[in-house]
Design a protein around this ligand. Structure first.
Ligand SMILES: Nc1ncnc2c1ncn2[C@@H]1O[C@H](COP(=O)(O)OP(=O)(O)OP(=O)(O)O)[C@@H](O)[C@H]1O
Length: 965
C-alpha cells in the first residue's frame, strides 16, 4: 500500500476528493443545482413583464415617448369639462364674470356658439357679475369647472380679460393631462377671437394658431432594473445562499464533518473545496443572469460593459456564499437554513429599499453611514444597480465601460462611490466573512461541546503540527461549567486493580511497556447539568459522571472488547479517545500522542480508523465513492486507491451494492460500509463501536472474519452487545458499568472468576426436551424432591430454576473438586430418580456480563438506598431494598414460627438495566441461626400524620440462609 501522504500533498489530495464529492452531491441534487443556476431566468422574466406593464401605462403621454416629428395642434376647441380628470359631475365647461354688460354677454354667447366642432350649451356655462363672486363659487364648488374668464369692458374700443385655471397637472393610470395645452390655451384663443370680432365688428374675422411641442427623445423616468432589480437579484442569490448553509449544516448535523475530521481531514481542504465548488456554480449562475438580461433586451445589460455587469453579479453572489459560510458556524440544524435565508432576504429587501431612496450613497450623508451600510452585501448590490441603471437611463446613454468603472458618471453630480469601489467592498467583506467563518467554526462548541480556545491560532503547533504529547489546557477543552468532583474509589476487583496499578506506574515512568497502543490514564468524563428555562419555571438537570476514572492499557496486535450495559460509558470512552467529546479529567495516550492536545489529536487522527455507533454516510454517494473519499482523506497513494477500494469493498461483500447510493442500503449494508471505512488506510488503531448491529448471522460471521484478519499489526477496540462476538473475537475483555471498569481479562478468566460456576440441567424421564406440558410423563414430585436433596446434601446447592420437567443447578467453582465423584453417583441413580438426561457446562460470558451488571446495579441501589415494593401472595406489600435476596416479613412471628416467615426474592433487570422484582418464593420459616443484615431497615409501618407508612422487610444474610436450610 505504501506510505500515506502528508503535508501539502495530503492537503491537495483531500481537496481534490472533497471537490469531487461536492460536484457529485450537486449533480445528484439536480433540482437544487438547477434552481441555483437558472432561477435568474425566471426573475429577469418577471422584471421584463413589470417593465412592459409600466411602459404600457405611460404610453399615451408624449413626455415618455420619443418625439421626432411633433404634430401641430391647430386652434384647439374648448373641451367638454368631463374630459378633465377628477372633475365632479355635473360640471361646467367654463364660468365667467362681467355679466352686467350686454356686449360681454354677446361675446360669451359667441364663444359658446363658435366653438370648433361643438357649440357649448348655455347650461354648461355659468355667469357672475364680479370676479370675487366667481372665486367664491369656485371655492364652494371645487372640481366643478376647469377654468374661468373675467371680462371688463373698459370703453367702446377696449375690453380686457383675465384667465383663471386650475393648473395642477394630473396623471391617472399613466395618462398625463397638461392643463395648459389641454384647456387654458383653447379658452384663451376663443376669448381673444370673439373679443377681436366684437371690437372690429367683423363676425367672421379669424386667424389660425398652431401649437407644437419640441422634438425630444423619450425620458426614462423609471428603470425596472434599478428599482426592482435589487430585490429580484437578491432573490436569485438567496438560492445559493440557502443551499450553502443547508449543505454545511447537514454535514455538521449528520456528523459527516466530524467523521471526516477524525479520519484526518484538514479544515483548510474542507473549506477550500466548498469555496471553489461554490465559486464555479456562482460563476455560471452570474453568467446566465447577464445573458438572460441581454436576451430580454434591457438597456441595463446591453449598454453597460458585459465585464462590469458580470463581475458585479459574480462578486455579489460569491460574497453571499461567504456570508452563508459565516452564518453556518452559528447554525446547528439544517432545517433552520430556510428560515435564516428568509430572514436575511426580508432584511435585505428592506435595507435595499432604503438604499434605493438614496441613503447613504450621496454627499448628504457621512462616510460612517456608508461604511456601516456597506457591510451588508444586499446594500452594495442596490447601490451598484442604481449606478449602472443611472448610466443607462436614456437609450443614448453609453453606460459604464470597463475603463469607466473607476469613474463617476458625468451626469451624476451626487456621486460618492464608483462601481470599482463596490467591487472592492464586495471582495473585502467576502474575505472578512470567510476568515470569521473559519474562526467561529473553531471556537464555537460543537454538538459534543468540543471547541478550540479563542486564541488557538497563536499556538505555533497549530500551524506546524509539532508537539502533541502532553496535556495542553485550552487545546481540546471541556466547555462545562464547574461540576461536582467524583469520589475516587479503589477497584474491588483484583485484576482491575492490578491493571490500574500497572498503568499508573507506567504513567509515572517507573515501568515501560512498548507493546501499549493506547494508555488510558484516569479518564473522567462528566456531562454537566443543564438548565432549561420554561414559561414559568426553571428545569435543572444535575451533572452526570459518565466515566469515573478509567485506567487501562490496550495492547498492540490485540483486540480489546469493551462490554457493558447500556449507559455504561463505552461510547463515551470512544468519543473521548477520538476527540469527539472533551474529557473532564485524566488523559489518554494513543501511540504516545495525548488526546488532550490539539496537535496530538491531529496526529492521532492520522493513525486511527473509526466505525461509529450510528452510520455516518451521505445518502447521495455510493459505497465505492465513500471509500474513495476516505482513502483520499487518509492520504493513500493515488495509484493504490483503486485496488484498495476494490479489495475493501469485496471484503465487506458490497461489490455489486458498491455502485448504488448508500441512501438505499439496508441497515446491515450500512454497517458493513462503515466497517470498511474504519479499516481503510491501514490505521494503527481501529475503533469499532457496535459494528455488527443489525447484521444477519451469516454476514455477522463474515464481518467477524474481517475483524479477525484486521487484528494483525494493529490494535482494535471493539464494543458490542453480542457476547458471542466478544467471546470469539476478543483477546482481552473489559466489562464496564456505571462509568467504571468492573473486570478485565481474557474470556476464560472472566468466566472462571465471575461466572457462577458450572450449570447443570437435569431432565426427567419422558421430558428430554424439558417440555413440561406433557402431564402424563412427568415424574412424581417425590423423585424430584429426592434429586434436590441429593444436590443439597453433596454440593450444598438449591435449584436455580425448576419445573415439573427439569431442574437447573448452578454449582459454584469451589465445589469443582467434588464434581467427578458426584456425577458418577448421580449416574448410578439415574433410574431411581427417573432422570433421562444430565447436561453440564461452564457458565457463559453472558452470565458473567449479567452478574457484573447486576452487581453494579446493586451497588448503585445500595448507595442510593433505593427501595422496591414486594407484593406477597396474601396481597400484603412490604418495602425491600433493591437487590435483597432473602427478606423476613415483619409481623409473621408466631408460636410455631418464633422467628417469623421469609421469602426469596428474584430480581431481573428491565430494558434500561434497572433491577426489578421478577417473582418470589413461597413463604418459609426463617431458620433459627439466621440474623438480619446490619443495614436492614425493618419496620412495622403504621399511621403517621394521617398517612399510612410503608412496612419495611428485614434483609437476611443469604449465606446464613443457604447454610441454615
Ligand atoms: N451528551 C450527553 N449529555 C449528558 N449525558 C450523556 C451525554 N452522552 C452520554 N451521556 C450519558 O452518559 C452515560 C454513558 O453513555 P454512553 O453512550 O457512553 O453509554 P454506552 O455504554 O455506549 O451505552 P450503549 O450501549 O447504549 O451505547 C449514559 O448514562 C448517557 O445518558
Amino acid at each position: 500500500m505504501g506510505d500515506l501522504s502528508s503535508g501539502f500533498t495530503l492537503f491537495q489530495q483531500q481537496y481534490k476528493s472533497l471537490f469531487k464529492k461536492n460536484l457529485l452531491l450537486s449533480w445528484r441534487n439536480k433540482r437544487a443545482t438547477f434552481l441555483q443556476l437558472f432561477s435568474s431566468f425566471f426573475f429577469i422574466f418577471l422584471i421584463f413583464c413589470i417593465e412592459k406593464a409600466i411602459r404600457a401605462r405611460f404610453d399615451s403621454s408624449a413626455e415618455f415617448k420619443s418625439v421626432t416629428d411633433p404634430e401641430a395642434l391647430v386652434s384647439p376647441p374648448i373641451p367638454p369639462c368631463e374630459d378633465k380628470f377628477y372633475m365632479k359631475r355635473p360640471c361646467f365647461d367654463f364660468v365667467w364674470s362681467g355679466n352686467g354688460s350686454a356686449r360681454l354677454h354677446k361675446i360669451v354667447d359667441a364663444i359658446r356658439d363658435n366653438n370648433l366642432g361643438r357649440s357649448i350649451p348655455s347650461s354648461k356655462v355659468l355667469s357672475f357679475k364680479t370676479s370675487d363672486e366667481v372665486n367664491q363659487w369656485l371655492y364652494n364648488n371645487p372640481l366643478r369647472c376647469p377654468g374661468a374668464l373675467h371680462f371688463t369692458e373698459k370703453n367702446d374700443s377696449v375690453i380686457s380679460y383675465g384667465l383663471q385655471t386650475n393648473s395642477t397637472p394630473v396623471a391617472k393610470r399613466g395618462h398625463f393631462e397638461d392643463p395648459t395645452l389641454k384647456f387654458q390655451i383653447p379658452l384663451q384663443i376663443a376669448a381673444e377671437r370673439e373679443i377681436a370680432r366684437s371690437l372690429i365688428g367683423a363676425p367672421s374675422f379669424s386667424w389660425i394658431v398652431g401649437l407644437k411641442e419640441f422634438a425630444h427623445p423619450a425620458t426614462e423616468t423609471f428603470s425596472a432594473v434599478a428599482t426592482l432589480g435589487p430585490a429580484f437579484f437578491l432573490a436569485i442569490a438567496m438560492f445559493g445562499f440557502v443551499f450553502q448553509i443547508s449543505s454545511l449544516t447537514t454535514e455538521k448535523e449528520l456528523k459527516l464533518r466530524q467523521e471526516m475530521t477524525l479520519m484526518g481531514l484538514f479544515d483548510s481542504a474542507y473549506w477550500l473545496s466548498w469555496l471553489t465548488w461554490e465559486g464555479i456554480i456562482t460563476l455560471i449562475s452570474s453568467l446566465f443572469t447577464v445573458l438572460f438580461g441581454m436576451m430580454f433586451q434591457f438597456d441595463f445589460f446591453l449598454h453597460n460593459s458585459f465585464a462590469v455587469v458580470f463581475l458585479l453579479f459574480f462578486l455579489f453572489e460569491f460574497n453571499m456564499i461567504g456570508f452563508a459560510f459565516l452564518l453556518s458556524a452559528f447554525i446547528s440544524k439544517s432545517s433552520s437554513s430556510t428560515s435564516v435565508g428568509f430572514f436575511i432576504f426580508i432584511i435585505g429587501f428592506l435595507t435595499q429599499l432604503v438604499t434605493i431612496f438614496g441613503f447613504p450613497y450621496s454627499t448628504t450623508f457621512s462616510s460612517t453611514y456608508r461604511t456601516i451600510w456597506s457591510l451588508f452585501p444586499p446594500n452594495l448590490l442596490a447601490g451598484a444597480l442604481n449606478l449602472l441603471a443611472g448610466a443607462t437611463s436614456t437609450p443614448s446613454d453609453p453606460g459604464v465601460s470597463w475603463k469607466g468603472r473607476t469613474k463617476c458618471s458625468p451626469n451624476d453630480t451626487d456621486c460618492v462611490i464608483t462601481i470599482n469601489d463596490i467591487y472592492l467592498w464586495l471582495v473585502g467583506t467576502f474575505l472578512v466573512w470567510f476568515i470569521l467563518a473559519i474562526y467561529f467554526d473553531n471556537i464555537i462548541p460543537n454538538a459534543s461541546g468540543v471547541r478550540k480556545s479563542a486564541f488557538y491560532f497563536l499556538n505555533l503547533g497549530y500551524w506546524t503540527g509539532k508537539g502533541g504529547n502532553k496535556v495542553e489546557e485550552g487545546g481540546i477543552c471541556s466547555c462545562a461549567a464547574s461540576v461536582p468532583p467524583i469520589e475516587l474509589v479503589t477497584p474491588d476487583d483484583e485484576d482491575v486493580l492490578a491493571e490500574e496499578t500497572s498503568v499508573k506506574a507506567q504513567a509515572r515512568g517507573e515501568e515501560t511497556d512498548s507493546d501499549v497502543a493506547v494508555q488510558i490514564r484516569g479518564l473522567v468524563k462528566t456531562y454537566p447539568g443543564t438548565t432549561k428555562i420554561g414559561c414559568c419555571k426553571c428545569k435543572k438537570t444535575s451533572s452526570y459522571h459518565a466515566l469515573k476514572g478509567l485506567w487501562v492499557n490496550f495492547a498492540k496486535n490485540q483486540l480489546f472488547c469493551l462490554l457493558g450495559p447500556n449507559g455504561a460509558g463505552k461510547t463515551t470512552v470512544i468519543n473521548c479517545l477520538t476527540g469527539i467529546t472533551p474529557v473532564t479529567g485524566g488523559d489518554a495516550l494513543i501511540y504516545g500522542y495525548s488526546i488532550r492536545n490539539s496537535v496530538g489529536m491531529s496526529n492521532i487522527r492520522k493513525i486511527i480508523g473509526v466505525c461509529p455507533q450510528f452510520d455516518i454516510l451521505w445518502d447521495l454517494l455510493t459505497g465505492q465513492e465513500h471509500l474513495y473519499l476516505f482513502a483520499n482523506i487518509k492520504g493513500l497513494s493515488p495509484a493504490s486507491i483503486g485496488s484498495v477500494v476494490k479489495k475493501s469493498i469485496e471484503e465487506v461483500r458490497l461489490t455489486e451494492a458498491g455502485k448504488v447510493r448508500a441512501g438505499s442500503y439496508s441497515g446491515g449494508m450500512k454497517r458493513r460500509l462503515s466497517v470498511a471505512i474504519a479499516l481503510i488506510g491501514d490505521p494503527k488503531l481501529v475503533i469499532l463501536d457496535e459494528p455488527t448491529t443489525g447484521m444477519d448471522p451469516i454476514t455477522r460471521r463474515h464481518v467477524w472474519d474481517i475483524i479477525e484478519n484486521a487484528k494483525k499489526g494493529r490494535a482494535i477496540i471493539l464494543t458490542t452487545h453480542s457476547m458471542e462476538e466478544a467471546d470469539i473475537l476478543s483477546d482481552r475483555i473489559g466489562i464496564m458499568a456505571k462509568g467504571r471498569l468492573r473486570c478485565i481479562g481474557t474470556s476464560i478468566r472472566l468466566k472462571s472468576r465471575f461466572g457462577t460456576g458450572f450449570i447443570t440441567n437435569v431432565n426427567f424421564s419422558g421430558n428430554g426436551k424439558g417440555d413440561s406440558s406433557i402431564g402424563d410423563e412427568v415424574v412424581s414430585s417425590a423423585k424430584q424432591e429426592a434429586v434436590k436433596q441429593f444436590f443439597k446434601t453433596h454440593l450444598g446447592v438449591l435449584p436455580k430454576e425448576e419445573n415439573k420437567a427439569f431442574l437447573t443447578f448452578v454449582i459454584p467453582h469451589d465445589r469443582e473438586g467434588l464434581l467427578t465423584r458426584f456425577f458418577a453417583d448421580l449416574r448410578e441413580r439415574e433410574n431411581k430418580f427417573g432422570i433421562s438426561d444430565i447436561q453440564l457446562g461452564l457458565t457463559t460470558l453472558e452470565e458473567v456480563f449479567l452478574n457484573i451488571a447486576k452487581q453494579a446495579e446493586l451497588e448503585n441501589a445500595a448507595a442510593e438506598g433505593s427501595l422496591a415494593t414486594l407484593t406477597l401472595s396474601s396481597g400484603y406489600s412490604i418495602q425491600v431494598p433493591v437487590g435483597a435476596r432473602f427478606v423476613g416479613i415483619p409481623g409473621t412471628e408466631s408460636e410455631e414460627n418464633p422467628r417469623g416467615l421469609m421469602v426469596e426474592v428474584h430480581w431481573d433487570q428491565d430494558d434500561s438495566g434497572i433491577l426489578c422484582i421478577s417473582h418470589h418464593s413461597a413463604e418459609t420459616p426463617i431458620p433459627p441461626s439466621v440474623q438480619p443484615m446490619p443495614y436492614s431497615a425493618a419496620g412495622h409501618g403504621g399511621r403517621f400524620l394521617g398517612r399510612t407508612e410503608p412496612v419495611h422487610g428485614v434483609v437476611l444474610d443469604p449465606n446464613q440462609v443457604i447454610i441454615g436450610q
